[in-house]
Design a protein around this ligand. Structure first.
Ligand SMILES: C[S@@+](CC[C@H](N)C(=O)[O-])C[C@H]1O[C@@H](n2cnc3c(N)ncnc32)[C@H](O)[C@@H]1O
Length: 270
């Protein structure tokens, strides 16, 4: 049992709290029983599982499901708490190789449903958005800069959806060219705009969401970058009272993303 926070394994896990550590090691840190279950359910192979003796005695069946390649170590509650980012860890954490996560198939046909996010800052918003995206049938997520999707807060808020979705992080110019490429393949680019924006902005329910679509959402403070908004083919809004300037980006995304399965419901298949 590991009883010292100076243990090199614990030091290496602690470095995964930071983006630079995740990049150096090519690993990410997941915390809690739920994320362990999600990871195993997705067929991902934890490299290291660190658990307290108490957690192990309560979750014998789950620990039996670990692949042979996983290294299971016990740690005292104090050491586990030091290795975790949460205040009250539930007794288990694990590491995964980033290379194990889903990636879009090389040479894949044009995407049917993509969520593109412009410099999303808040990890809670990003995690919530990813969870809704998975629920709505989004196939790929394109992130222009912003919060690191592999940070523990995003992983927790996404309830594991960040592990299931192919997520690509890129620079703003890279997103622009990715969008132009999708557009050239006949995919409609739909920009979500706050209500008071002038121009050809339509209520979101008027759009045909069943066409191949990229939905673009903007940064919490600045909104969508003008060059991204200009590139769009369609501009949609969720009308609401002028008492507020805009909705929270994750709240807006829930309505917009789930409009597609709503419209598809009852339509004959392809
Ligand atoms: C908090 S808002 C940004 C507000 C910012 N001051 C602006 O002018 O765009 C973040 C993003 O959420 C989306 N959003 C927020 N409210 C919306 C609404 N009512 N309809 C459609 N999208 C909305 C937009 O994509 C927006 O860029």
């Amino acid at each position: 049992m590991i009883r010292s926070v100076r243990n090199p394994l614990i030091q290496a896990v602690r470095r995964l709290h930071r983006s630079s550590g995740r990049l150096d090691q090519g690993r990410l840190l997941l915390e809690g029983t739920h994320l362990l279950q999600e990871a195993l359910g997705l067929g991902l192979r934890p490299e290291l599982v660190l658990a307290t003796p108490d957690w192990l005695s309560r979750h014998g069946a789950l620990s039996q499901q670990l692949p042979d390649s996983s290294r299971l170590r016990t740690a005292s509650p104090e050491v586990l708490a030091a290795a975790a980012t949460t205040r009250h860890p539930d007794g288990v954490l694990l590491t995964l190789a980033v290379a194990d996560l889903p990636t879009p198939a090389a040479g894949a046909s044009p995407p049917d449903f993509v969520l593109a996010l412009d410099r999303l800052q808040d990890p809670g918003n990003l995690g919530t958005l990813l969870r809704t995206a998975l629920a709505a049938g989004v196939e790929r997520v394109w992130l222009a800069e912003g919060a690191d999707p592999l940070q523990p807060k995003v992983l927790r808020a996404s309830s594991g959806a960040a592990l299931a979705l192919p997520i690509e992080r890129m620079t703003a110019p890279e997103l622009l060219s990715r969008l132009a490429g999708a557009q050239a393949c006949g995919v409609q680019l739909v920009a979500a705009m706050v209500p008071e924006v002038a121009g050809e902005v339509r209520p979101y329910w008027e759009l045909d969401w069943c066409r191949p679509t990229v939905l673009l959402l903007g940064n919490e403070g600045a909104g969508l970058a003008p060059e991204l908004a200009r590139l769009a083919d369609r501009w949609v809004t969720i009308p609401h009272s002028p008492a507020v300037e805009s909705l929270n980006v994750a709240a807006a995304a829930a309505l917009l993303l789930l409009e597609r399965p709503r419209q598809a419901h009852g339509r004959p298949g392809p």
